[in-house]
Write a protein that binds this ligand. Structure first.
Ligand SMILES: Cc1ncc(COP(=O)(O)O)c(C=O)c1O
Length: 493
């Protein structure tokens, strides 16, 4: 049975318990009554409207008391429970949430309005109208452990009430705890960290470190590569539409070469035009998931050794087990059996909490001198708590084993579907960074819309490629659900 105060607090917020929430808005209450087809909805709305100021989108405490009493007197116990459940998902209406975003967002990207995610449970997401979706996106691979995490929440809470912030330069204990335990996950020799807050920032700083070491401004980057949106990171990102509006399409220090073309890199190094190469070992965002040829990274390693150059592997998306072929292959570099000079890491590093880093060896690290760089929030206590707990969970849950098993399950399932339905073209990827090809970008859009109706959220696509980046904890039953939904969707579109 629903507690009386629980229903009340879904309308008039208890700030002691939920400082993050507001009083409900009347629009949301109307929406909830409608979603649940509450029998006396019209009567409730009519009655409440006489007491409520509609120019405001949030009930005052007094108005809330009136609405609470009205609903309480006109609904059954069961209805009250369901109303409270939906109001606890969100006290704000869909319309208001979307309109405030539309009004105040600088339109740097398309606003995704089809699903308003509220909570996560394993590989599943619940939205504001209580629909459930299997998550095949993991917030661009930032939530490999799922969309909610009690242990990280508790750690962050404990840390926040003790010491919420501390700059990168100062010794602090949460970072010390992290450093005591992380090295077993990293490639040999990559021991030095420079903490950042986003992937783009980490790439930016990696480029600065590489330039300080090589004393050469030139950088070779890959066609089809993606490294983020800061000035530096976007400069080495291939797609011209990301660079041109900002006059970053003709930078003399950046040289793009074909992915897998080691000779082209060697040529540029030989002519002293560059001494740094940056790449993703599995191209993600822009290439629609494209693993490097097996020998390519090793060839780059040899070239960098020969010319005393720097090999930067951007593991922001591939890192923390996503591409594992064997257990404990935490980075794609381990799958390809190379040790880069610099690795950038981020996304799932903090289990969803923003924390990223540049990791390098002692030799390259020594090129940086005090005053060369700095960060207010890099490696702050909250971020380090999240990173320590998230990386510990990755090891304890042995997630690379699950990556290997689920990857095979998805690939085999997709092949079986392809045998019966020839709309699937190539299937490619590594670990749980997978994609398959449909006939056109329009077909992909149709597929994504339709599969959402079947309970699968796949916001990711690149041209005619449907990309999958599920949380690495996705279960066998979840993958069965996914494959069934794919087969059903392909029959319809
Ligand atoms: C390989 C790679 N590098 C860098 C980034 C940028 O990360 P962020 O969005 O955290 O700046 C991304 C983001 O998708 C990425 O996939």
């Amino acid at each position: 049975m629903i507690q009386k105060n629980e229903f009340f607090e879904s309308i008039v917020n208890n700030r002691q318990k939920h400082p993050e929430r507001l009083n409900a808005s009347f629009n949301r209450i109307e929406e909830v009554l409608q979603i649940l087809s509450i029998v006396k909805a019209d009567e409730i709305i009519e009655k409440c409207k006489t007491e409520i100021d509609h120019s405001r989108n949030q009930l005052t405490d007094n108005e809330g008391v009136y609405v609470y009493k009205t609903i309480n007197s006109l609904c059954t116990e069961k209805e009250l429970k369901r109303i409270a459940e939906l109001l606890f998902l969100s006290e704000i209406s869909t319309k208001e949430a979307i309109s405030l975003h539309e009004e105040y967002k600088i339109p740097v990207s398309h606003l995704e309005k089809d699903i308003i995610p509220i909570s996560g449970d394993g590989a599943w997401i619940t939205d504001n109208v209580n629909r459930r979706f299997l998550d095949m996106d993991s917030n661009y691979s930032a939530t490999n452990l799922g969309m909610s995490n009690r242990e990280i929440a508790l750690g962050i809470y404990n840390q926040a009430i003790q010491l919420i912030s501390m700059k990168e330069d100062r010794v602090h204990i949460p970072r010390t705890r992290f450093l005591k335990n992380i090295h077993e996950m990293l490639p040999d020799g990559l021991t030095q960290f420079y903490w950042q807050n986003s992937g783009g920032e980490a790439v930016d700083k990696a480029l600065k470190i590489a330039k300080a070491y090589t004393k050469n401004a030139g950088v070779v980057a890959m066609k089809g590569g993606f490294h983020g949106r800061t000035h530096g990171a976007v400069s080495v990102t291939y797609e011209e539409k990301y660079r041109k509006p900002f006059f970053l399409h003709n930078q003399d220090w950046v040289h793009f070469v074909e992915f897998n073309d080691a000779e082209a890199v060697k040529n540029l190094f030989e002519k002293n035009k560059a001494k740094t190469v940056i790449l993703e070992l599995v191209q993600g965002e822009e290439a629609g998931i494209r693993p490097a040829e097996r020998e390519f990274p090793k060839k780059l390693r040899d070239i960098c050794d020969q010319y005393n150059g720097v090999m930067i592997v951007d593991e922001i998306q591939t890192g923390f087990g996503r591409t594992a072929e064997k257990e404990n292959q935490w980075f794609a570099s381990m799958v390809y059996d190379v040790i880069p000079d610099i690795m950038t890491i981020g996304k799932s590093f903090g289990g969803g909490y923003p924390v990223t880093a540049v990791v390098t060896n002692k030799q390259v690290s020594n090129a940086m001198k005090p005053g060369y760089d700095g960060s207010t929030f890099g490696g702050n206590p909250m971020a380090m708590v999240a990173a320590m707990i998230a990386t510990r969970q990755m090891r304890e849950k042995n997630i690379t084993k699950n990556v290997i098993e689920r990857s095979q399950q998805i690939i085999n399932g997709l092949k079986r579907i392809r045998d019966e339905n020839n709309s699937i073209g190539e299937i490619r990827g590594l670990g749980l960074m997978l994609s398959f090809q449909l006939s056109s970008p329009e077909k992909v859009a149709e597929f994504q819309k339709e599969i959402a109706r079947n309970g699968v959220k796949t916001s990711l696509s690149t041209r005619e490629w449907v990309r999958f980046l599920p949380p690495l904890i996705i279960s066998k039953t979840d993958v069965d659900f996914l494959l069934k939904a794919i087969a059903q969707t392909l029959q319809i579109i």
